[in-house]
Design a protein around this ligand. Sequence first.
Ligand code: CP
Ligand code: NVA
Length: 328
Amino acid sequence: MDLKGRDFLKLLDFTQEEIAYLVDLAAELKDKKKKGIPVDNLRGKNVALIFEKTSTRTRCAFEVAAHDLGMGTTYLDPAGSQIGKKESIADTARVLAGMFEGIEYRGFGQDIVEELAEHSKVPVWNGLTNEFHPTQMLADLLTIREHFGRLQGIRLTYMGDARYNMGNSLMVTCAKMGMHFTACTTAKYFPDSELVEKCREIAAKSGGSITLTEDVDAGTKNTDVIYTDVWVSMGEPDEVWAERIRDLTPYQVNRKVMENAGEQAIFMHCLPAFHDLKTKIGAQMGERFGITEMEVTDEVFESEQSLVFEEAENRMHTIKAVMYATLC
Ligand code: CP
Ligand code: NVA
């Protein structure tokens, strides 16, 4: 498998075999890291990490993975560069490609990361856009495979805002990998119908399936993975909170949902999560709406079925695999 020089912008651009290869490579790199076997054959190379939105996991994963591989990193924060303000994406791509061997970009529209890649002669990696979060997908696949020993045939139910980066990406990922994806939410939050159609075509070949349902009982019954994400994503206006809480509270992941899914089910979340009032925004929402938790209850988040921290660690191993495969 040769992915050298490829961009990593969305999983729609990759075959099932290529995705499986990246997950296998991540597992191998994770194993080597645990055994203390260094993999640093990218020594002397450098990568630029552009973040137009904030991050904990993705930034740390790129930095640690790059350093493990022997590379240097330069972090460009949401306020600290000329990108898009004084300098176009096309010019930025050509400037950075002259100094770095790879460029990570987290920002708003998918069109921006696609444009960056079009003008960059070095690989561009999507660290999250409004539409897709492909590096998160590899971490999720690794986590699911570590737990169940396979991907084919796994049933994954996504609850919450399925129209945004996480819902879209999980639907594409399941379709590619022969998994059964269910978006369980109110119809207003179903993914874009064109993308649903595309994923149904892909799933027809892989043995997977795509289901959209408003029925919590049917949508979560006997599923293997219950997945959710924040109800309001980065970059969305504050005004949408009231509507989201009203619309999505029936789709909160709680004990009843997990019991309906069954003992075999695991809980996953890309994080950060609102499962208590211990954050600034969580506390504000608690005060404004009289709630103590949002998309997932603290009980489920802290339960044995929750694999959220294993999933977070896997961000690093899988991002390392993406850089290794596209640079080596
Ligand atoms: N899951 C994820 O992308 O987390 P960060 O926003 O902290 O990078
Ligand atoms: N949907 C969330 C994902 C965060 C990792 C957001 O875009 O803010």
